[in-house]
Design a protein around this ligand. Sequence first.
Ligand code: DGY
Length: 439
Amino acid sequence: MYVMKENIINRAINVLDANFQKGGFTIPSKGLYPFQWKWDSGFIAVGLAHYNIDHAKKEIETLLNAQWDNGFIPHIVFHTDDDSYFPGHDFHRSDLHPLSSKKYKSTGMTQPPVTAFVLQDMLNIVDDKEDMLNFIKGQIDKVYDNHVYFYENRDPQNEGLVYIYHNWESGTDNSPVWDDIWDTMNPPEYTFERKDTTHVDASQRPSKREYDHYLYIIDIAKQNNYDDAKIAELSPFLVQDPLFNAMLIKSNKALMELYELFGGNEDKIAYLRKNQERSIAAFNQKLWDNELGAYVHYDMRNDKPIRHVSSSSFSPLFAGIPSKERAEVLVNTMMDRFGGDDKYLCASFDPTDNRFNPRKYWRGPVWINMNWMLYRGLKEYGYKEIAARVQNDSIELVERDGFFEYFDCRKDTGEEIRKGYGGDNFSWTAALIIDLLKG
Ligand code: DGY
């Protein structure tokens, strides 16, 4: 066991080192994703903190350097001019927003706010606490400003839940959850050259028609210079996502605890506390589906819940959102639908739903970042055995199938040689496996 563990950790370190760039950030995967992604960079920093603290700090610093003057942090920072990715900065045109970074080209959309809880994790991981506290002190206000941005600009009805206006903001890009929204739209057929399918088999990636939807939503945002109020008014995609809001709540808690360590900052702590209470109450009230026994997404544009169970449904465990009783219902739902002996935990989408696809990106495969959050959440609520299963399943998949982006949840795939799917040598898989093996 010990040798096996050391061996995986060394392989993971090689993946991360190879993906670290001169500019001080880590690409998620060579070829497929050649820039810095917001939530990737957070998960990557957790892994880096275990063996290269300078790189871990750089990872956070380079992301936060690209913050806009309104506190917004973009989902991709285009540190280099690389035309092997579509859509690039010339399509996104972040310069349209008057407060966007003048120094860094980026997208005009964001991704789940993981940075605050990542900073807290980094502090917990390293030995030299004083050094890390100093680092955090220099960065924390930027992360706080990002949370203020969300509450002040992404919650038009003042509910305590923030919206996302694009599926790429969710991180769960082509989840079947969005199919209901695509059904309400009829975007034009765009002419463009896909780059992702030159790196990865098309059967594992979103379809051309899905990309038409993705581009069309960006076009609407661009026509309105990425103005949040206009987007809230006009975007055909406007969703309260349980994963995104759970990450915000988890990160609010981390921010409050870090600020308390520093002393002072009473105003900031009070602001976070007020919003935290509202957010948790609204989350439990609006996003809980009693019949399904799970948290679900809410489609604000069409004013209705999207009633499907996905791995996002379980992310509130990581943020301490459900009561003990509700957590029990949620875990039972997970085990009934996702937890059969013929499967690895945890599929990204309900295997009993006819939209499930075990090979296609966010339509069913297992993702290590979701498993990492699930593992922590289950442990926190006292589900030690299921947590251990999530941990062991993750390690087994990576050890046997490689450091891939996502994995088949079926124990029997019908294929002789198993392999992961999507990008190979994928950074957050490597980073979080290190953390799962150490934790
Ligand atoms: C992609 O290109 O699929 C990215 O995940 C978008 O963030």
